[in-house]
Design a protein around this ligand. Structure first.
Ligand code: PLP
Length: 403
């Protein structure tokens, strides 16, 4: 008899975004004349930039010729893209990464989940709380999270990120083997400085732990003290894997291209994780489409860089408008400086969902309740900067009017 992976049965339903959609639908039905502005969206909205579109067209035409046609590409990505990544994202910042340490993929979400393949089921996993749910759920599926009791997994180490600690995870008392860090952070929008990251590298070295560093929002960093890569910290190449994506950087959420860096120095008991990840990818993945990799390469041209910068600045301007408006409205506001996310404390100790309901019913603004990102998210809401400037301004006026 076939048996299922019964770890899947332990997963609680992911009701967050479906519950939000249901509440919004109910409100719209009851108030057909009222406008609803969505500040909960975790997806980019600006179109792909001209340099990217041009590269895609050119590569598409190539594919229609016998000289230019490509079938299966290298599982790890084409050299032209791996070289561009090394040159612009690392060498330009004084970081020495070799092209064969870069693995191009179809998404940082897939990579963050798939990376678990190369680790033992017995590893202890530490996550921030609140957290991007992918790290938690993929480890639960692999059997590393234990049992789900009330609002948490009993075999995960939760690192609470609260106003009291500046939303920075504290080094855990228990020993952790795999530590997920994400900066600039989703959902809090808070970024870690070099000084704040150093102790993690030391901890990982001392405990033979591996840091899984998600820097999907690296392009939004505006503060010079905030590193764009974990490898800016000395010794990080011996202990960290880094995930990057073109999704938020260049609007590739629907286009799909990302990459993961696994340095040769990173070894467990003498085994290079680079070799394991390479083996995993070659077996289970057949590469990102040629056309898409050419599109990603165009992000690094002068025009491409300038054009994506304008989009990021557009979102960051929205973020500063949200920060200012909510502060004026008397809320405690975090994030939104190095990230497209704003994390706001609910007034008078209101529950996340109650404040969500109030903003929807009284202001017609959709947010995301913090409790949906983990137990320590209770008492907060998340707003995103991904709407239009016009809608962002309008939404903030409506919120200010009711608070
Ligand atoms: C959006 C996001 C990603 C990017 O995922 P892709 O699969 O590359 O689109 C990764 N990590 C976090 C925390 C994100 O919010």
């Amino acid at each position: 008899m076939a048996k299922i992976n019964d770890n899947f049965l332990k997963l609680p339903g992911s009701y967050l975004f479906s519950t939000i959609a249901k509440k919004v639908a109910e409100y719209t039905e009851a108030n057909p004349d009222k406008e609803v502005i969505k500040m909960g969206i975790g997806d980019v909205t600006r179109p792909l930039v001209p340099a990217v579109i041009e590269a895609m067209h050119k590569a598409t035409d190539e594919m229609g010729t016998s000289e230019g046609f490509r079938g299966y590409g290298p599982e790890q990505g084409y050299d032209f893209l791996r070289n561009a990544i090394v040159e612009h994202d690392y060498k330009a910042r004084g970081i020495d990464i070799a092209p064969d340490e870069v693995f191009v993929s179809d998404g940082a979400k897939s990579d963050c989940g798939n990376i678990g393949d190369i680790f033992s089921k017995d590893n202890k996993v530490a996550v921030c709380d609140p957290v991007y749910p992918v790290y938690v759920d993929t480890n639960a599926m692999a059997g590393r999270a234990g049992k789900y009791i009330a609002d948490h997994w009993d075999n995960l180490v939760y690192m609470p990120c609260l106003a009291e600690n500046g939303f920075m995870p504290q080094i855990p008392d228990e020993k952790a083997d795999m530590i997920y860090l994400c900066f600039p952070n989703n959902p809090t929008g808070v970024a870690a400085t070099r000084e704040q990251l150093k102790p993690w590298i030391e901890y990982a070295k001392k405990n033979n732990a591996v840091i899984l560093y998600d820097s999907a929002y690296e392009a939004f960093i505006s503060d010079p003290d905030v590193p764009h890569s974990i490898y800016e910290i000395e010794g990080a190449k011996e202990v960290a894997i880094e995930f990057r994506s073109f999704s938020k950087t260049a609007g590739f959420t629907g286009t799909r291209c990302a990459y993961t860096v696994v340095p040769h120095e990173l070894k467990i008991d003498g085994t290079e994780l680079n070799g394991l990840w390479n083996r995993r990818q070659c077996t289970k993945f057949n590469g990102v489409p040629y056309v898409i990799q050419r599109a990603a390469e165009a992000v690094y041209t002068d025009e491409g860089h300038k054009e994506i910068r304008e989009n990021i600045d557009y979102y960051l301007k929205n973020a500063s408008i949200i920060r200012e408006a909510l502060t004026e409205a008397g809320l405690e506001v975090y994030g939104g400086v190095n990230a497209p996310y704003i994390w706001a404390k609910t007034p008078d100790g209101m529950k996340s969902w109650d404040f969500f309901d109030k903003l929807l019913k009284e202001a017609g603004v959709v947010t995301t309740p913090g409790a949906g990102f983990g137990p320590s998210g209770e008492g907060y809401i998340r707003l995103t900067a991904f709407n239009t400037l016009e809608n962002t301004i309008k939404a903030m006026e409506k919120i200010k009017a009711i608070l």
